[in-house]
Design a protein around this ligand. Structure first.
Ligand code: ME8
Length: 644
């Protein structure tokens, strides 16, 4: 029985150009939807643009065009970016479309009629960038915590949604449905917000201040406030309550957003949906979405992505340079869903070369070449008496694969893209080791081992076939090339990714250059000369592997029969270690006791003059070691403190 699956991305503001952050969320939605389709679901995702509000009106005024013209142009830019990246949204909603405005107005009218909305007075600190009021608690030094710009005090009559009355219900619901908001850290954050009393939500702006919005159906001197307009896109795209598409897809709705808009999605939206359900005579959870999936933020080379820093990556730029699959793979693999991650070109190229070119690309080229060269390009039959054994000549890849498949399925139910890809790469590693170990080119030369050769080649072909299916949601173009190389036509399905389904006689062609390596010089912007110290440079990540710590010397003694070595006992706070150091010609043991020095704490243990040494003391010296000084601290720090 086919299930249905409906996922939404945020609708992006049209005052900005599509960048890496927007691309990530949309790639996530695309990969998840492709996966669900592979699993047999009727799946689609919705994306679109958020086009009303002060922000857009102000950007249009700056550009000297009408808000609608600005929205048209920039909404098209988002759409073009997703098309260029091959992201297959099933629907694209714009909040200026009549189909959306109609549903927003219908919902507002119903909530007004039911007494869920009232006219009240509101004064507050407003941020034009965020289009929201901030509470005293949220303000940082009188400024917006997000934009760090001064807030404006605004007092006016506005319409309010009685959100406060849903607080107890919401707390109870979030507690009863542990996977409603996930990962867990965001659920906890939401429960934290809900420990303070929930205010009613201002949902309108007077038209005297803001024209660019949807008029309230019961008072056209006001337009809706951005969140009440924006959040409703998720249901207006389905036609709204009562429409067949709504009835079909809304019960399984899932959202994906970054952590920046957790509060509107985890608090305002469930309360709005509860009120709507009530108006329709249903229990408050009747319209609640299934999951809110929240991811972290991308930084660029360790810094916040921002226009003022000039480090904003256009959404499609990495794909233009390195290919869409490499881009997708990098972002899906690199970001632990829920946590922040860092984007760097060096990081992307590193993974492209290591994981895609080396591990996967080489495997595909090696395996297809072997089948072509040793079996004439036909998948041999799996010999009935093929003896697979974990310690035998021909290891059985099936259990390795089944482990990976199970982990992919588990991980994908909770947006664990990094885990799913990690599991697949474990399998790819196992298949590469399988080739090294079995050496089919040698088996082919040995008399009487035809069946062994067939078993090896069948295993390789089958590994590629299942990879061609399983990788398709993440790196669709490469996966399609693998399937083509194995004459697999038609849409891949997860049901087909069962080990052993490959039929003998299937034609195999060589597939090479799946992911060409990117050499260092290709990465540098054109015109920059290669610095001749490149070979000696290490990245900050490499440096991060070295654990330096403050250590206090608690005892020191000469090492018998050695002129150079001293045996030191040092304290790292929580533990003591023995370190043998070559400094005896410069320090008497007694001079060192009580000193705080710096040690490499994660050095492999070594034996010096028979004494195990667990680390290294840092010292500076002249070229000939004629002068030497142990590094000590300029100011006191406790033993164990990190040095970086
Ligand atoms: O908030 N890292 O639109 P928006 C990861 N219109 N993702 C990022 C990111 C980053 N550095 N920067 C942006 C809005 N994003 C509202 C939403 S929904 C009813 C209305 C992504 O254009 C991420 O998905 O500011 C984030 O939630 C979204 O862009 C915000 O997009």
């Amino acid at each position: 029985m086919s299930r249905v699956f409906y996922l939404t991305t945020p609708i992006y503001y049209v005052n900005d150009a599509p960048h890496l952050g927007h691309a990530y969320t949309t790639i996530v939605a695309d990969a998840m939807t492709r996966y669900r389709r592979l699993a047999g679901d009727e799946a689609f995702f919705l994306t679109g643009t958020d086009e009303h509000g002060d922000k857009i009106a102000q950007a249009a005024a700056r550009a000297g065009i009408s808000p609608q013209a600005l929205a048209d142009r920039n909404s098209a830019a988002f759409r073009a970016a997703w098309d260029a990246l091959g992201l297959g949204y099933g629907d694209y909603i714009r909040t200026t479309e009549p189909r959306h405005e109609r549903v927003v107005q219908a919902i507002l009218q119903q909530l007004w009629d039911a007494g869920e909305i009232y006219l009240g007075k509101y004064g507050g600190h407003y941020c034009f960038g965020c289009e929201r009021f901030y509470t005293e608690k949220e303000i940082v030094d009188g400024k917006c915590p997000d934009h760090l710009t001064p807030l404006t005090w605004i007092e006016e009559e506005n319409y309010f949604f009685k959100m406060s009355r849903y607080q107890a219900w919401l707390i109870d619901t979030v507690q009863r449905q542990p996977d409603l908001i996930r990962p867990e850290r965001y659920r906890n954050e939401v429960l934290g917000f809900l420990r303070d009393p929930l205010q009613d939500l201002s949902i309108s702006r007077p038209r005297t201040r803001l024209e660019w919005g949807i008029p309230l159906p019961f008072d056209d001197k006001y337009v809706t406030y951005v969140w009440f307009d924006a959040l409703i896109n998720y249901v207006s795209a389905l036609g709204g309550p009562g429409e067949p598409r709504f009835e079909k897809f809304w019960p399984v709705a899932q959202h994906v957003t970054a952590k920046d808009i957790l509060k509107p999605h985890a608090i305002y939206w469930p309360c709005m949906l509860a009120a709507l359900a009530k108006v329709h005579g249903k229990p408050p959870e009747a319209y609640l979405y299934r999951h809110l999936n929240v991811h972290g933020y991308w930084t660029i080379e360790g810094q916040k992505m921002s226009k003022s820093l000039g480090n904003v990556f256009a959404a499609v730029a990495p794909a233009e340079k390195y290919g869409t699959d490499a881009y997708r793979y990098f972002v899906l693999r690199e970001m632990v869903f829920g946590l922040d991650a860092d984007f760097s070109e060096a990081g992307l190229v590193g993974r492209l070369n290591a994981d895609l070119a080396n591990d996967l690309g080489n495997l595909v080229s090696r395996a297809t070449t072997l089948i072509v060269n040793l079996a004439g390009g036909n998948v041999p039959a799996l010999p009935a008496e093929a003896k697979f054994h974990p310690f035998g000549l021909i290891p059985d890849l099936r259990p390795e694969y089944e482990r990976a498949l199970a982990e992919v399925k588990r991980a994908m139910t909770e947006f664990g893209f990094h885990r799913a890809l990690g599991a697949m790469w474990e399998f790819i590693g196992a298949v590469n080791r399988f080739v090294d170990q079995t050496q089919p080119w040698l088996i082919a030369k040995q008399i009487g081992r035809r069946q062994d050769l067939d078993a090896v080649l069948y295993s390789l072909a089958e590994s590629l076939r299942v990879l061609g299916i399983l990788l398709s949601p993440y790196i669709p173009a490469a996966a399609a090339r693998i399937r083509e190389g194995l004459s697999q036509s038609g849409e891949p399905t997860l049901a087909d990714a069962e080990w052993g389904r490959l039929t003998s006689g299937t034609r195999v062609q060589k597939v090479s250059g799946l992911f060409p390596r990117v050499e260092d010089h290709e990465r540098r912007p054109a015109g920059t000369a290669k610095p001749d110290t490149t070979a000696g440079l290490i990245s900050i990540d490499d440096f991060g592997k070295i654990q330096l710590r403050v250590a206090e010397v608690v005892a020191a003694e000469a090492v018998p029969k050695s002129k150079k070595l001293l045996k030191l006992t040092v304290s790292l706070g929580s533990e003591q270690r023995t370190i043998v150091a070559g400094i005896a010609q410069h320090y008497a043991p007694a001079d060192l006791v009580g000193k705080k020095v710096v040690v490499v704490a994660n050095l492999e243990a070594a034996k010096l003059m028979g004494i195990p040494s667990q680390g290294m003391v840092l010292a500076g010296s002249t070229e000939d070691d004629g002068a030497l000084a142990v590094l000590t601290l300029d100011r006191d720090l406790p033993p164990g403190a990190r040095v970086r």
